[in-house]
Design a protein around this ligand. Structure first.
Ligand code: UD1
Ligand code: CA
Length: 452
């Protein structure tokens, strides 16, 4: 079939410079959610997106998606006019499913039901809402749909109807050329309404079948930031329920945000206020403390993350202990049983088995072996203002506190660096290397006193 997504509207009510359909829900444009749902209906459908307001930005965002055909609606004259712009790209012998770029949470199962209900006629997806305000109302006679009336054009009696148009419908494509070209715009908004084709179908005795959506959230349209936030919460709550049903312990399902994919093993516990984005994989028994932000990370079994950590692009082994207040930046790999403590930043580095960086340190561009102990306040000086250099720390090295390792430099196997060392040359295996002024005591020295 043809799947046409209407996404040309400007979304005045968003009061934003960003086109409405690019407004993000869970970190992803609403339109991308809709496109993903459309793709789940099968790969041999034609996917056409009608763009207009902010067309360049929308096109640029989906530049790499070769399965999308864009139809331009230069002037936004209404949903009927929008569909007309897509018609040249549609296969006349197949039905056309119309989706809206601002109805992001629609479920593929619901769409499949609708397509089935439509048969060779029109299929209309409706829903009953406690508060139908803003939506087109479904007008029925003796149970059969006879028209859709927009809120702004409705009589008081029609406004009381609580069955509404979700905007999602299946249409027999062969009639559209005629139906859409003959739409009028004599209505409250001066627009060519797609919804008017329903009365037209009825008048031509083309069957109009309806299907209902199971939940209100999946057909909720987003016209302003309030609705966007409400839908975001609904989406997050759904995610949270799914995680809990899979056995994840969420201390509070109302205080977790998954903006991407979160894959959890058995007996994972997540405390409040955590945000997961990109793809995050948590192994069996992982515990995530409160207020952690994790993006594109993989955490091994039984690792514990204490509160307030920020990880991005890192891989962590088993039984590690991280945080509180640790930062892992892209290109970081921590082996099993590592300990990373408070106010430690690690970037593009490998930390070997059982090594510890417990306090106030910066480790960048470093290859660290196993069982290394890094004292508090250690800094790898990896940057001379132009180039970056690597630091190598071999197995069992012990780095005293407040040490600077001026890269490129290597600390040998089992080497010890005295506290306060500024290391500019390699430190040999097994020896104590120290670079600091010798301590002395001046005997009999007196503090100055004030002259009275
Ligand atoms: C529309 C329906 C209404 C339905 C509601 C469901 C019409 C006339 N009304 O109203 O019955 O209850 O959706 O959410 O169809 N668009 C274009 N070009 C245009 C106008 C709109 O591409 O010229 C796109 C918008 O980007 C949007 C979608 O169509 O994605 C719906 O447009 P919108 O203006 O939000 O319609 P509603 O007033 O919500
Ligand atoms: Ca809308």
């Amino acid at each position: 079939m043809n799947i046409v997504i209407l996404a040309a509207g400007m979304g005045k009510r968003m009061r934003s410079r960003l086109p409405k359909v690019l407004q993000p829900l869970a970190d992803k444009p609403m339109l991308e959610h809709v496109i993903e749902k459309a793709r789940l209906l099968g790969s041999n459908n034609r996917l056409i997106v009608v763009i207009g307001h902010g067309a360049e930005a929308v096109k640029a965002y989906f530049e790499k998606d070769e399965d999308i055909t864009f139809a331009l609606q230069a002037e936004q004259l209404g949903t009927g006019h929008a569909l007309l712009q897509a018609l040249p790209y549609c296969d006349q012998s197949e039905p056309t499913l119309v989706l809206l770029g601002d109805v992001p949470l629609i479920r593929p199962e619901t769409l499949k039901n609708l397509v089935q209900a439509a048969g060779s006629g029109v299929g209309l997806l409706t829903v009953r809402l406690d508060n139908p305000r803003g939506y087109g109302r479904i007008v029925r006679q003796d149970g059969a749909v006879c028209a859709i009336v927009e809120e702004k054009d409705a009589t008081d009696e029609q406004r009381a109807i609580n069955e509404v148009n979700t905007g999602i419908m299946v249409l027999p494509t062969r009639y559209l050329e005629r139906w859409l070209n003959e739409l009028g715009n004599e209505n409250a908004q001066g627009e060519y309404y797609l919804t008017d084709v329903i009365a037209r179908a009825v008048s031509e005795a083309v069957a109009v079948n309806s299907a209902t959506a199971q939940t209100a959230t999946e057909v909720e349209g987003v016209n302003n930031k309030v609705q966007l936030a409400a839908l975001e919460r609904a989406y997050q709550k759904d995610n949270a329920l799914r995680l809990m049903n899979d056995g994840v312990t969420l201390i509070d399902p109302d205080r977790i945000d998954v903006r991407g994919e979160l894959v959890c093993g058995k007996d994972v516990t997540i405390d409040v206020g955590c945000i997961f984005s990109g793809k995050v994989v948590l192994g069996d028994g992982v515990r995530v403390g409160a207020y952690c932000v994790l993006k594109d990370v993989e955490i091994g079994e039984e690792t514990e993350i204490l509160p307030f950590c920020h990880f991005d692009g890192a891989q962590v082994g088993k039984e590690a202990r991280l945080g509180p207040y640790s930062r892992l930046r892209p290109g970081t790999t921590l082996a099993d049983q590592t300990h990373i403590g408070n106010f430690v930043e690690i970037k593009k580095s490998v930390v070997g088995l059982g090594s510890k960086v417990n306090h106030l340190s910066y480790i960048g561009d470093t290859d660290m072996g196993a069982r290394v102990n890094i004292g508090a306040g250690t800094i790898t000086c990896n940057y001379d203002g132009v180039n970056k250099f690597r630091t190598t720390i071999l197995d069992d090295a012990f780095i005293g506190s407040d040490t600077q390792l001026v890269a490129p430099v290597t600390v040998g196997k089992g080497a010890t660096l005295g506290a306060g060392t500024t290391l500019t040359k390699n430190a040999p295996d097994g020896e104590l290397t120290i670079a600091r002024a010798r301590q002395m005591t001046i005997k009999g020295w007196k503090r100055p006193t004030k002259n009275k």
